[in-house]
Ligand binder design. Structure first.
Ligand SMILES: [Zn+2]
Ligand SMILES: [Zn+2]
Length: 230
């Protein structure tokens, strides 16, 4: 003879909320609520003999945990460009990790962006506009570099292509050994523009800067926000 089931009885994670709610054939059934909130109509016999103890949510949780652990192994403690992964950020949607940038700043980064090299620093381009950083960016992340292409111009390269104010060298200015003159040039929208040769380094730099004003500045202005986010 079956033991009587009452409302409020507990079987593992199940709590009976409506005992003997229905019968199918000779089997008695009760409506139960799992500790996680799921409600289900269950055979009393299965409740009594311990066949069912929960809706199975723990199993799902464990599978999720195992999957996370596997992903964490690929990321936590590893370095991607300037970023060292500290810990997983628990939120909905895409897996994110909290990372520490070489400049000290902490940022949350989408995991797949780390692996694909789409994000290699905190994103503060003012702090990471160094040649070295650019090189890292190029070597580690570049497969998707074309995504930053607008109007045939790579914003990242454009931004780091600005000449620096020093006399030891200037991007786009070269000494012609034979003549001792300086050539100024600029690459823009996949085109090489020869800006001419000059007697002095300073003149060549002038020409280069004027060309940057002409070619780069309008693009830099137009895509200011995108560049901030690189
Ligand atoms: Zn449950
Ligand atoms: Zn940084």
């Amino acid at each position: 003879m079956e033991r009587k089931i009452k409302n409020g009885d507990k079987f593992g994670e199940w709590t009976v909320i409506k005992a003997y709610s229905s019968t199918k054939g000779t089997r008695r059934k009760s409506i139960c609520r799992c500790s996680c909130g799921v409600e289900r109509e269950l055979d009393n016999r299965n409740l009594l003999n311990g066949q069912t103890k929960s809706c199975g949510h723990k199993r799902v949780e464990n599978i999720t945990k195992a999957r996370y652990a596997k992903t964490d192994k690929r990321f936590i403690g590893k370095t991607f460009g300037e970023l060292t992964v500290i810990e997983r950020v628990n939120n909905k949607g895409r897996t994110r990790y909290k990372c520490k940038c070489s400049c000290g700043k902490e940022v949350e980064v989408i995991a797949s962006n780390l692996e694909r090299g789409l994000q290699v620093s905190c994103g503060d381009y003012r702090k990471h506009r160094t040649e070295e950083h650019l090189e890292k960016f190029l070597s580690e992340g570049r497969k998707k570099l074309d995504e930053k292409l607008v109007e045939d111009t790579n914003l990242y390269l454009l931004d780091s292509g600005l000449s620096k104010n020093n006399t030891s060298g200037c991007r786009g200015v070269y000494l012609i050994k034979k003549s001792g003159r300086y050539r100024a040039a600029i690459n823009f929208q996949k085109q090489y523009h020869n800006l001419g040769t000059f007697k002095t380094f300073e003149e060549a730099v002038e020409a280069r800067k004027a060309a940057e004003e002409k070619y780069f500045k309008p693009m830099l202005e137009k895509y200011k926000d995108e560049i901030e986010n690189i």
